[in-house]
Structure formats: C-alpha cells, structure tokens
Design a protein around this ligand. Structure first.
Ligand code: 5GP
Length: 201
C-alpha cells in the first residue's frame, strides 16, 4: 500500500523568497509536488501559466468558489488566490508530498480542514530584506509595494502559530531546512506504523 503524501503548507510575507526555496526543494526531491494555485492577479515576467499559477479572471474564480472546486481561497492585496482541490489530493493519494504556497488565511483554512497539514513559515533573518526584495522585483506599483509591506507586518504576527520557521537569507540553506522538515515529518512514528504492524508476535 502506498503511504499517502504529506501536506506541506508554506507561508511567509511577499518578498521572503518562498518560490525560489520551494523550486530548490522540488528540484532535489522528485516525491514533492507543487499545488498550482488559481489567481486573478496578472502574471509577472517569467511566470508560466499552469506552472506558477492558473491565471484566471474574477468571474472564472467566483465560479470555482461556487462549484466548491477550491480547498481554500482568500483575497490578498486586492486579488483572489485559491487552491484547486482535485490535483492536490490526487498527488497526496499517489504518495507525493504536496507544497501549498498560501498566505496566512489560506493556511488556517487548510489546517482546519486537514489537521495533519504541516505548517512552515518562511522569513529572512532581517525584516528590511522584505522591502529590498519587493523593490528589486520592479513589477509592482509603489502603492502595491506599500500594501505588501503592511500585509507582511500583519503576517509576522501569525508566525508563532506555525509548526516550523525557516530562515531564508540563502536559498540553499533555506531549502535544506525545508527538506529536513519534510524528512523528519515522514519519520514520525505515527506515519511509520505500517512497519510495526507487519511484525506479528
Ligand atoms: P504573489 O502575488 O506574491 O505570488 O502571492 C501573494 C500571496 O498569495 C503570497 O503570500 C502567496 O503565498 C499567497 N498565495 C498564493 N497562492 C495562494 C492560494 O492558493 N491561496 C492563498 N490563500 N494564498 C495564496
């Protein structure tokens, strides 16, 4: 019997470098899949439809909500973001660990519906890095950057509710921390019961 995969929820303020770290974890571990979210925000340079996000309009997104196709959804700086249920659970059933890159409200919704989910919060060691990275992207307007920084401050207040905090000053070190968490979670006694049940007295 294939063991089900793990639900790995990764949050952290915009500009914490989540996508880079997640990409490195996935490159090193073929048993990890990414939950591709739907969003109404416009694609950034280099983002690919179906790999980074499903880019949809508000009417389409609202239809997905209506049809109960989303595990969770939230509004973030004026746009909708949500997790399509089906592909994530197909991967989990097939034994893949699935990474959900979601903001704090989405993480709370996933934890409520799936209490076994592992929650990881990712931040740089110094908050000033957030602003620096957001400006470095050169994509968002000044107003959007200010709103993202304000949102980041509020998100920090939620970090204590997470199971783990990964520090991202260097993406390789941060990816190693994340891989260590996934490995440790797979070694939990509760997850490894099948190895005990096979032994009869
Ligand atoms: P960005 O626009 O920078 O890609 O993402 C903005 C925020 O939305 C990030 O904090 C990211 O984690 C979050 N996000 C991305 N996809 C989802 C999703 O499906 N659901 C929720 N709740 N948040 C998401």
């Amino acid at each position: 019997m294939t063991e089900k995969g793990k639900l790995i929820v990764v949050s952290g303020p915009s500009g914490a470098g989540k996508s880079t770290v997640i990409a490195r974890v996935m490159k090193d571990d073929p048993d990890v899949a990414f939950s591709v979210s739907a969003t109404t925000r416009a694609p950034r340079k280099g983002e690919v439809e179906g790999r980074d996000y499903h880019f949809v309009d508000r009417a389409f997104f609202e239809k997905m909500i209506e049809n109960a196709e989303l595990l969770e959804h939230a509004q973030y700086v004026g746009d909708y973001y949500g997790t399509p249920k089906l592909p994530a659970f197909e991967n989990i059933e097939a034994g893949k660990s699935v990474i959900f890159d979601v903001e704090v409200q989405g993480a709370a919704q996933i934890k409520l519906k799936c209490p076994e989910a592992v929650l990881i919060f990712i931040i740089p060691s110094d908050f000033s890095q957030i602003e620096k990275r957001l400006r470095g992207r050169n994509t968002d307007s000044e107003e959007k950057i200010a709103r993202r920084i304000e949102t980041a401050r509020r998100e920090y207040a939620m970090a204590e509710k997470y199971d783990y905090i990964v520090i991202n000053d260097d993406p390789d070190t941060a990816a190693n921390e994340m891989k260590a968490i996934i490995t440790a979670e797979k070694c939990r006694a509760s997850y490894r019961k099948k190895y005990l049940n096979e032994v009869s007295l």
